[in-house]
Design a protein around this ligand. Structure first.
Ligand SMILES: [Zn+2]
Length: 525
């Protein structure tokens, strides 16, 4: 056998395995980090990705490493062009990268070129994209495709905007009577159609919901007793457990879904600082404040009538019926007199519809202030929200320019650099003690290294500070824009507007220096 024949024999004896490509490119943020460090970004990424490939048993055919640093556009990146060509030629099962945005970021045209390649290479079977956190099968999995499009086409700002609109759509959906809970309530199944998300009774469970209400109202059984009775009857719970709890029964007896209503904001998301960390929780609301009910699309499938529901739930919440009072005042709970703290009352004249509603100070012997037309106040509030949004946008613009996605990598690079200098300093001391270098040399070199250490520490502090600040500002802008949109939206009811305003505004103080003008002090939460 010749050498070539031998090689061919070995090759044909090996099982066929997929071949993968690794693609490496520095981002602008990497370059910034490297100015301070030793310039190892790509080497580090290469190590991470080759190890990942080895662990997953992926055979790497070639590593494409972009030489041009920081080039964003595809036309300026020869290696990505070569990779795309090779992918269309059917060389690879997929591409291994550190993160999706290394392929493309921002430009619509570039993102489309990448997307097409991922979808149509390998004779339309597509390419897999493997990152340390996720595998994307763009050609065959619709979720992956959408996710990839998001990553490639959207900047972070756009992403936030879309998410904001989606949240808003969610509230509107509830107002229209859709059931938007993630889980079905006991006794119902979720029915999804093109235009609605609603509930239909679960044939096995619904009769027991009816019984639970009857036992509570007609026999006056406590939640605990009801749970015990269901246990003795061997009725399985929502999760299939054999044992019912009083708390579950209470949840059922106070859930307006069973009388054909849908609710929103039953459990507000609350952010709090715990030991210096931002913690998100969803505590039970007290059912007096942030709570709304609307007629559900499933009202024909109500399991109990309103009267029965109210009789049962009244045992747990005496203030339930408050939710049914329609709120007219968008500023309820936040609009006060600056001088005495008295609530500014909303006054509409139902018998005189041509007279504009006003905000007025209730009778007081100590404090008097002229009333004001409600719509004038609303315009002023809208204006103040705009000003706040501009202020926070300016604050974001003035933050040091950092890419949140690579911030950790930057900090790690700085830490590595820090350790390196500290080691150098230790060696320097040794050399000086051993009298290998002169005192002057020692002092000079020590100062140089200490200065670098100081610069690194400062840089790390700035990086660490910049993330939460930016996120916080972005979140505030989001809430403010939501409130502003809601305020200007003529189709929204006052109670919805009020919800949005209360999410961001702590209080608005009203005062006057004369009868012609009024002054609002708007305080954010
Ligand atoms: Zn007052």
């Amino acid at each position: 056998m010749t050498v070539i024949e031998q090689n061919n024999a070995v090759e044909s004896a090996l099982p066929h395995i997929d071949v993968w490509a690794i693609y490496l490119r520095k981002s602008r943020a990497d370059l910034e980090a490297e100015k301070l460090g030793e310039g190892e970004t790509l080497a580090r990424h290469k190590k991470i990705l080759t190890e990942l490939a080895a662990r997953k048993g992926m055979y790497v055919g070639e590593i494409y490493q972009e030489i041009v640093s920081g080039a964003e556009s595809i036309k300026d990146r020869p290696e990505i062009n070569k990779l795309i060509e090779d992918c269309y030629a059917g060389k690879y099962r997929g591409i291994i990268i550190i993160e999706v945005t290394r392929l493309s970021r921002g430009s619509q045209g570039d993102a489309q070129i990448i997307m097409d390649c991922l979808k149509y290479a390998n004779r339309n079977q597509g390419l897999l994209v493997v990152t340390p956190t996720k595998v994307y099968d763009v050609a065959n999995n619709h979720d992956d495709e959408e996710y990839m499009e998001f990553e490639l086409f959207m900047s972070r700002r756009e992403y936030k905007m879309i998410k904001r609109r989606m949240d808003r759509g969610r509230i509107q959906a509830v107002v229209e009577g859709n059931y938007m809970g993630s889980y079905r309530p006991y006794g119902y199944d979720i029915l999804k159609t093109k235009t609605a998300r609603t509930l239909i009774p679960n044939a096995e469970e619904a009769p027991f919901v009816k019984l639970i209400f009857e036992w509570s109202v007609n026999e006056n059984l406590s939640a605990r007793k009801i749970a015990e009775r269901l246990d003795s009857m061997g009725v399985p719970t929502y999760t299939g457990d054999a044992e019912w709890s009083g708390a579950t029964i209470k949840t059922i007896l106070t859930n307006p879904t069973y009388m054909g209503k849908v609710k929103w904001n039953d459990r507000m998301q609350v952010k709090t600082m715990v030991n210096g960390e931002l913690v998100t929780s969803r505590p039970r609301s007290n059912h007096t404040d942030h709570y709304m009910e609307y007629e559900g699309k499933h009202k024909d499938y109500a399991i109990v009538d309103e009267e029965t529901f109210k009789a049962a739930s009244a045992k747990f919440h005496s203030d339930r019926t408050k939710a049914n009072l329609k709120l007219k005042n968008s500023l309820a709970g936040i609009f006060r007199c600056k001088n005495c703290g008295h609530t500014m009352a909303y006054q509409a004249w139902e018998k005189k519809p041509t007279t504009s509603p006003r905000y007025m100070h209730r009778q007081s012997t100590k404090c008097k202030v002229k009333s004001v037309i409600a719509s004038d106040v609303m315009n002023a509030v809208a204006h103040s929200l705009k000003l706040y949004i501009e202020e926070f946008e300016m604050k974001i613009d003035n933050l040091p320019d950092v890419d949140e996605n690579t911030i950790t990598a930057q900090i790690e690079a700085l830490q590595a650099e820090q350790r390196k200098i500290e080691k150098k300093l230790a060696k320097l001391f040794d050399a000086w003690e051993d009298e290998k270098i002169s005192d002057n040399d020692f002092v000079q070199r020590k100062a140089v290294n200490n200065n670098r250490l100081e610069a690194i520490r400062k840089q790390m502090d700035e990086l660490e500070d910049s993330i939460p600040e930016k996120e916080e500002y972005q979140e505030r802008i989001m809430y403010l824009s939501d409130a502003l949109d809601a305020l200007l939206d003529e189709t929204l009811d006052a109670d919805v507007k009020n919800e949005y305003l209360k999410r961001i505004i702590d209080k608005i103080e009203f005062s006057r220096e004369n009868d012609e003008e009024f002054i609002l002090d708007v305080f954010l939460k």
